[in-house]
Design a protein around this ligand. Sequence first.
Ligand SMILES: *[C@@H]1O[C@H](CO)[C@@H](O)[C@H](O)[C@H]1NC(C)=O
Ligand SMILES: *[C@@H]1O[C@H](CO)[C@@H](O)[C@H](O)[C@H]1NC(C)=O
Ligand SMILES: *[C@@H]1O[C@H](CO)[C@@H](O)[C@H](O)[C@H]1NC(C)=O
Ligand SMILES: *[C@@H]1O[C@H](CO)[C@@H](O)[C@H](O)[C@H]1NC(C)=O
Ligand SMILES: *[C@@H]1O[C@H](CO)[C@@H](O)[C@H](O)[C@H]1NC(C)=O
Ligand SMILES: *[C@@H]1O[C@H](CO)[C@@H](O)[C@H](O)[C@H]1NC(C)=O
Ligand SMILES: *[C@@H]1O[C@H](CO)[C@@H](O)[C@H](O)[C@H]1NC(C)=O
Ligand SMILES: *[C@@H]1O[C@H](CO)[C@@H](O)[C@H](O)[C@H]1NC(C)=O
Ligand SMILES: *[C@@H]1O[C@H](CO)[C@@H](O)[C@H](O)[C@H]1NC(C)=O
Ligand SMILES: *[C@@H]1O[C@H](CO)[C@@H](O)[C@H](O)[C@H]1NC(C)=O
Ligand SMILES: *[C@@H]1O[C@H](CO)[C@@H](O)[C@H](O)[C@H]1NC(C)=O
Ligand SMILES: *[C@@H]1O[C@H](CO)[C@@H](O)[C@H](O)[C@H]1NC(C)=O
Ligand SMILES: [Cu+2]
Length: 619
Amino acid sequence: MTISCISNQNIVYYPFSQYHFRILNSFKGNLKGTMMVSSLPPYSSAFFRAVLLALSVLWLLPEMAFAKHAAITRHYKFDIKMQNVTRLCQTKNIVTINGQFPGPRIIAREGDRLVVKVVNHVQYNVSLHWHGVRQLRSGWADGPAYVTQCPIQTGQSYVYNFTVTGQRGTLFWHAHISWLRVTVYGPIVILPKRHASYPFPQPFREVPIIFGEWWKADTETIISQALQTGGAPNISDAYTINGLPGPSYNCSAKDIFKLKVKPGKTYLLRLINAALNDELFFSIANHTLTVVEADAIYVKPFKTQIALISPGQTTNVLLRAKSKVPSTTFAMSARPYATGPAAFDNTTTTGILEYEKSSSASNSTIKKLPLLKAALPKFNDSTFAMKFNKKIRSLASAKFPANVPKKVDRRFFFTVGLGTLPCPQNQACQGPNNTKLAASVNNVSFVQPNIALLQAHFFNKAKGVFTSDFPANPLIKFNYTGTPPRNIMVKNDTKVVVLPFNTSVELVMQDTSIIGAESHPLHLHGFNFFMVGQGIGNFNPNNDPAKFNLVDPAERNTVGVPSGGWVAIRFLADNPGVWFMHCHLEVHTSWGLKMAWVVNDGKGRKQKLPPPPSDLPKC
Ligand SMILES: *[C@@H]1O[C@H](CO)[C@@H](O)[C@H](O)[C@H]1NC(C)=O
Ligand SMILES: *[C@@H]1O[C@H](CO)[C@@H](O)[C@H](O)[C@H]1NC(C)=O
Ligand SMILES: *[C@@H]1O[C@H](CO)[C@@H](O)[C@H](O)[C@H]1NC(C)=O
Ligand SMILES: *[C@@H]1O[C@H](CO)[C@@H](O)[C@H](O)[C@H]1NC(C)=O
Ligand SMILES: *[C@@H]1O[C@H](CO)[C@@H](O)[C@H](O)[C@H]1NC(C)=O
Ligand SMILES: *[C@@H]1O[C@H](CO)[C@@H](O)[C@H](O)[C@H]1NC(C)=O
Ligand SMILES: *[C@@H]1O[C@H](CO)[C@@H](O)[C@H](O)[C@H]1NC(C)=O
Ligand SMILES: *[C@@H]1O[C@H](CO)[C@@H](O)[C@H](O)[C@H]1NC(C)=O
Ligand SMILES: *[C@@H]1O[C@H](CO)[C@@H](O)[C@H](O)[C@H]1NC(C)=O
Ligand SMILES: *[C@@H]1O[C@H](CO)[C@@H](O)[C@H](O)[C@H]1NC(C)=O
Ligand SMILES: *[C@@H]1O[C@H](CO)[C@@H](O)[C@H](O)[C@H]1NC(C)=O
Ligand SMILES: *[C@@H]1O[C@H](CO)[C@@H](O)[C@H](O)[C@H]1NC(C)=O
Ligand SMILES: [Cu+2]
């Protein structure tokens, strides 16, 4: 059953709006596609009640007829267009979807098909990635430019068509070319199947909290300047919560995200880190968060005052409002967890949590309430980071098992970190010792090809595009977390690892101290993996595997390789295609900290990648 509709995205992200899922909560079991409304006035609940009423009547019949097999197709139309947006006293023309910043919210239930028609009206080449969606046998819809598709060029369009299988929670979508994701991003909300409930108490409201990063200058200029000079790109001017920097920045008194809560109620905050280059600590003053989900997988609930969330990660937390209306408001703040050698944006973004007074209260009394500050760890608190990441465990229940691969077919050991490239002749470079800064995996700094790897693979035209000899181990062994070797030059190349279908993979990723140890949030496309182990210093293949957690490890798509340490992951290569793996600090991806896994077709009918859709963009 297909429903054609366009979503009602305009209620989101208004300064002072609550950005609540009123739609979801009003619809309850009756969520059906999205609404045929393209442009709405700023938030008006009366208006929405009217629309919802109309829609629920409209959908009453199909709802009953299809109650048994609930999976449906949801259509979205994404127009990529420029929009003037003012932040920090400056107006900037940014790339957006449908003129919205942050972009529209995608809502689906587990099992639904999503069909997103993307039309590019801007001067840039663009592709979109549905971050964390497994894309089972739908690799053509994954989106990283020159990996699974050529970019959508100006004036062209592409339909992303995929189902959401075996996932529920929060993910997000973002541009996947150059640095355009700085403004091109939005939430993906995956609800449980109809009549399925959460493995935690049903929240009263659900609220996406997307962290972003804002530059006053043009970010495409910033990254191309940096790649030219070989130096580090200019740092951002602010972080944002749902696109709003908040009161700690100049000119931002009106650009504050406010969350209004009712006393005694429980809220589900869907945290998403869409910042380009910074892992973030997040805390709400005088409130405790209960983590219930990470990367669209339920986790064993645990309480914490502070959450750590890396770019590319999503985390659902429950927030229980105090039972009585307090006489203060509470800061919801985020600032970076930073371990690297480079300068970073050390500012703090703040939203405000305030309690709704019973009906008669006026605006002015709320405004006068003092704001309680949130306490956050030191920027380089790696002890907190390690502890927090250890607490994230799969539910590993009968209903939500942790299917950790127990046997391993192939083992890989990858170093991840920085390095240098020689400075072109007749140029001065800003990297160490007149070099260009670079980054690599096993000393291979990935060079983007001119056509998509997946096309080259599918049509047997790899020659001249990529080679299949990506090293399974570092070519030169050294004390990865000790004194770096004399030669820290990387080699740039386009190499992949080829895996037979259903290979069970164990991968240890080891940070290096070259130029500086640093935490790297590594993101794998096409799979969830289990984080079976982590540690500080060099991975020890004799002692460390015995300590691996094969019972209830976190199942994720993005994991922080600890600064000066290692992480071990396992995944089953059960999805044919070409799957990108890269650091989700965009600057490191730009420098080459990326590679790809080619997973061949299996023998079975349902183990093969179908041919590309006819509208797949051409290079
Ligand atoms: C943005 O502002 C500039 C300068 O005021 C204007 O020329 C341009 O048309 C605006 N663009 C959009 C998309 O509104
Ligand atoms: C999406 O993919 C499904 C399965 O391949 C196909 O049946 C459907 O026609 C596609 N829809 C569009 C709009 O391309
Ligand atoms: C980056 O910062 C440098 C030094 O402050 C400045 O000269 C340059 O113009 C900045 N680049 C951009 C694109 O703003
Ligand atoms: C904020 O504005 C004040 C006064 O104009 C200025 O001194 C200060 O440098 C500004 N701060 C930032 C972060 O721009
Ligand atoms: C909130 O503040 C109250 C009063 O100071 C204190 O008793 C309580 O422990 C605090 N709770 C949290 C979660 O910080
Ligand atoms: C942020 O960095 C600047 C420049 O290095 C420094 O002057 C400032 O004290 C730092 N602020 C914080 C909160 O650490
Ligand atoms: C509260 O503020 C809104 C706009 O910010 C205004 O429309 C409304 O009249 C105010 N209500 C009271 C009771 O002051
Ligand atoms: C963390 O930063 C502080 C300065 O803010 C420094 O004194 C300390 O050595 C750093 N710790 C680590 C582990 O780098
Ligand atoms: C830069 O050169 C100096 C002297 O040759 C050397 O000691 C240092 O290790 C080099 N640094 C890097 C990052 O290559
Ligand atoms: C690696 O270097 C670190 C830091 O100097 C040192 O503590 C450690 O013992 C070294 N490890 C090995 C295996 O040599
Ligand atoms: C690869 O490295 C060489 C220097 O070794 C450099 O000249 C070339 O521009 C690099 N290519 C890319 C695409 O980065
Ligand atoms: C856009 O992509 C096409 C195909 O790869 C390429 O030929 C063209 O140079 C790109 N244009 C820009 C502005 O990057
Ligand atoms: Cu990195």
